[in-house]
Design a protein around this ligand. Structure first.
Ligand code: UD1
Length: 347
């Protein structure tokens, strides 16, 4: 089938293109080559430079396309509220324009790159008082080094639980707000067009070609960049915050599976899936493993600093993607981080 991949020159998008081509699909690769992601780098030869906010350009790309794999987005935690318009423009408006163009061209299937950030904090429970919601952490608590989310009855730290896809959405950053908006536009389009869509909620993606140290980079690349400078990685908070690190090759694989699955789905269907390894790991352990693999003489530096918008723990269940898409990650963090320690990053 013919698949348009947006964000095709990116860290994840380029893996999706490779995987789809390996499976015999005809891929149209498009990317805006945003400087935040690509610096001044030239586009790869097979990538057409196009902006998803430019409807005539998108209409031209959609010729003969069966499915769109929408990976193009402003990513990361960002700097501060000054970059809000960038998230709203590239992610919210970009998706809306793409969907309108798809409806005009009668392209009725899309796979959307979403994110675990749509959940905000993960799920929590007190050993004594049971499950409870986690409001945003208070700045004065963070300043006093109180990083855990606490039970509203006894004040003890709450333990984390795995998040299922039907958990209420609770975005806590501009990026998260734009990912929720993308999902909502896509769900509305499914009813209006009508069309079918799969949203893939990526956890912390890492692997070869990850962008180097920047405000928009994930922590694994930031730790790697520190080690390359001969510095110990700086671990924020107390390092006990939990995440799920999923390898980019697994993310590419599940995208190809979703592209194939969405074609068989009936119109007016929208479904979302966690994309994770299923093997949660603390941020301190990520830093520790990278130190061991790159510079065994260095140890992570737990600084107690924090980013106000960060969530404490977010760990999701891989069960639904396994059940309905047949996806299980093949690379766990033990093997994956050891490999990643020596894989090239992109500037
Ligand atoms: C990350 C992504 C987000 C993506 C989500 C799910 C970034 C910037 N964030 O969010 O876009 O949607 O995963 O895939 O790409 N930390 C340190 N030291 C540092 C930097 C960060 O200890 O130098 C800590 C943070 O405080 C946080 C953890 O590492 O607790 C993870 O940070 P980050 O890589 O930004 O990931 P998420 O916030 O989980």
């Amino acid at each position: 089938m013919r698949v348009l991949v947006t964000g095709a020159a990116g860290f994840i998008g380029s893996g999706v293109v490779r995987e789809l081509r390996d499976r015999g699909h005809d891929v149209i690769a498009a990317d805006l080559m945003l400087p935040q992601a690509h610096g001044q780098g030239a586009p790869p030869l097979d990538v057409r430079v196009a902006d998803v906010r430019d409807k005539p350009a998108v209409l031209a790309l959609l010729e003969g396309v069966d499915v769109v794999s929408h990976q193009a987005a402003m990513v990361g935690a960002g700097v501060d509220s000054s970059d809000m318009p960038l998230y709203a423009s590239h992610n919210d408006v970009g998706t809306a324009v793409l969907l309108a163009a798809m409806a005009e061209r009668a392209v009725s299937r899309i796979v959307l790159a979403s994110s675990v950030v749509v959940y905000g904090e993960g799920r929590y429970a007190c050993p004594e008082h049971g499950p409870q919601p986690a409001p945003p952490r208070r700045l004065d608590d963070l300043q006093r080094g109180l990083f855990d989310v606490r039970c509203h009855r006894c004040g003890e730290p709450l333990g984390w639980r795995r998040v299922e896809e039907d958990t209420a959405l609770d975005p806590r950053s501009s990026y998260a707000a734009s990912k929720v908006a993308q999902e909502h536009y896509v769900a509305a389009w499914c009813r209006q067009a009508p069309g079918a869509a799969v949203a893939l909620r990526y956890h912390n993606v890492y692997g070869e070609g990850m962008p180097k140290d920047s405000p928009y980079s994930g922590v694994a690349a930031i730790f790697r960049s520190a080690l390359e400078r001969g510095e110990p990685p700086e671990v924020f908070e107390d390092g006990r915050q939990m995440r799920d690190f999923v390898h980019v090759d697994d993310v590419a694989a599940v995208n190809a599976m979703a592209v194939e699955a969405v074609l068989a789905m009936s119109p007016e269907t929208f479904d979302a899936f966690n994309v994770c390894s299923g093997s949660p790991i603390s941020i301190h352990d990520v830093a520790e493993r990278l130190c061991q693999a790159v510079r065994a003489d260095l140890s992570p530096r737990v600084s107690g600093r924090f980013r106000p918008g960060d969530v404490r723990h977010v760990v999701a269940s891989p069960d639904k993607a396994k059940r309905l898409l047949g996806f299980t990650a093949t690379t766990g963090p033990d093997v994956g981080l050891r490999r990643f320690a020596h894989e090239p990053l992109r500037d």
